[in-house]
Structure formats: C-alpha cells, structure tokens
Ligand binder design. Structure first.
Ligand code: ADP
Length: 264
C-alpha cells in the first residue's frame, strides 16, 4: 500500500492573532512517489502551505505529519532534511561562485564526505541536464538553467519530498518547459514525492493529482483531466484554462477525433 508522506489534518493558519485566517481547516495528503500540483489564484494560500511543510511557519490549529511524525518546533530540524524547496526567484538561490560550488554548498552544511559530494554533484547535474556547466558562474546562466541548478542542489541532499513554489513564474516559455520536463524526469528517476505550486493551469497537466485552493480552502482535489473538465467553475475562481484544452474540447464536440498522436 502507498504510504502517506505528508498529511495535513484540519490545518488552519493565520499570520497573527488580529489577522484573517489564510488557511481554513485544510486536510489533504501526499503519497510517497506522488506528484501533486497545488493551484489557485494569488493569495489563495499556496505558499503558506509550502512554508508550513518546511516548518518556516507552524499552524495554530490542526496537525501536519511528515513521514508519520508531527511537525513541531522540536522535530522540524530533523524533518527538514527530508524536504527540499525551490522558490520563485532563481537569483536568490545561489551562494556558490560556480555551479559546482553551489550544488556542493547544501551538502557541505550537512557534513557529507568529499568523495560522496563529488559523486552527487555529477549525478544530479546530469539529472537536470547541466553537466556541461559545472565551472560556469551562476550569473551567466539563463533563468531556466538557474532553476535547474537549484533543483540539482536540492536533489543532492537526497530529500524525500521536493517542493517547487512558483519555480517557473519568472521564466520565459522555453525556461518553463525546461523546468517542467526536468521535474518530470527527476520525479520518475528519484521516486520523489513532488509538490508543484503554481497559478498556471498549464503546469498541472503532468501531475497525478491536483489540489485547487480558493480563499484558504481546498476547493477541489482531482486528476488533471477532471480539473480541466470544470472550465467554467475554474474561471469563477480566477483560473484561466489553457487555450489548447479549450480547443481540444471544442473539436471533440464537433466530432473531430482527438488522439494522443494528434496532440504530439
Ligand atoms: P499564494 O501563494 O496562493 O499567492 P499566500 O500563501 O502567499 O498565497 O498568501 C495567502 C494570504 O496570506 C494572502 O492573503 C496574503 O496576503 C497573506 N499573507 C502572506 N504572507 C503574509 C505575511 N507574511 N503576513 C501577513 N499576511 C500574509
């Protein structure tokens, strides 16, 4: 049976006693080796979820379980070793003067032996297709390449769950595609649990499951296919359905057979 790696049990959160609740009684789980996309318009509570998983914040109500352990101020230091995060701005994530230094940094902090570090730098730069840029200074990379290095750096510390919080938001369409392809390959290869947080419906297509947030509540939880079939309702909560999905739907209604081959 598939194990739950992350579980939110009736979690509510607000940024201060006088502030409004930004997460309201949220319950969901993420299995081992599952890719879940969390989508919702700006301010719906997605980043707050990411920060709660990583113990940057703690809920006032409810419980968060990771690997069967409750996230608390005491357990978080240990639990955080299992959680890797990549954020929106690629420029804020670099500490090394070369790509290779950068991937090494997180490992050095964890006291990983030099031999092992060299091996992991190799494996993980290969995994994201950046093996030819080992000695490159990070500021010379494109946005998409920077985010791929950020992913390699996180993978090098062998997390069980990888969270990408709007990691493609500052990239051009090519960079976005690079990241989504990288993430898809890496997830399959490393058997990771993956949470991708986005406001862009195009990015949920490859996920196994989609959690839709609205006003701090879980509005829906379904497969991408089911989510796309709710176009009108999605628009009501400020999410735009990609043009291709609309086109495919209209062609089907016209009786034009749509096969996977036709879409490739
Ligand atoms: P999303 O990631 O979906 O855009 P967030 O989780 O960032 O949403 O924000 C949810 C709500 O919490 C928003 O109303 C936002 O204004 C509020 N919020 C986020 N960060 C803070 C903060 N540091 N202090 C007070 N309110 C915040």
């Amino acid at each position: 049976m598939r194990q739950k790696l992350i579980e939110f049990r009736n979690v509510s959160f607000r940024y201060g006693e006088e502030e409004p609740w930004v997460l309201k009684n949220c319950s969901f789980h993420i299995f081992e080796n599952e890719w879940v996309a969390i989508i919702g318009h700006n301010g719906s509570g997605k980043s707050t979820i990411a920060k709660l998983v990583n113990g940057l914040l703690f809920p006032q109500e409810g419980q968060i379980m990771i690997n069967g352990r409750q996230v608390t101020e005491e357990t978080i230091w240990d639990i955080r070793k299992d959680v890797g995060m990549v954020f929106q701005n690629p420029d804020n994530q670099f500490v090394g003067t070369t790509v290779q230094d950068d991937v090494a940094f997180g490992m050095e902090n964890r006291g990983i032996a030099r031999e092992e570090m060299i091996k992991r730098i190799d494996i993980n730069l290969n995994a994201v297709g950046m093996q030819d840029y080992r000695m490159t200074e990070p500021h010379r990379l494109s946005g998409g390449q920077k985010q791929r290095v950020a992913i390699a750096s996180v993978l090098a510390i062998s997390p069980q769950v990888l969270i990408l919080d709007e990691a493609t938001a500052m990239l051009d369409p090519k960079g976005r595609m690079e990241i989504m392809n990288t993430v898809s390959n890496v997830q399959k290869e490393h058997q990771l649990s993956l949470i991708t947080i986005t406001h862009d419906l195009q990015e949920v297509v490859q996920a196994e499951r989609v959690i839709v947030m609205n006003e701090g509540e879980i509005w829906d939880e379904a497969t991408p296919r089911e989510i796309f079939s709710k176009k009108t309702k999605l628009r009501e909560i400020g999410l735009d359905v990609p043009f291709v999905a609309i086109l495919v739907d209209e062609l089907k209604q016209m009786g034009v057979p749509i096969t996977n081959e036709a879409l490739n």
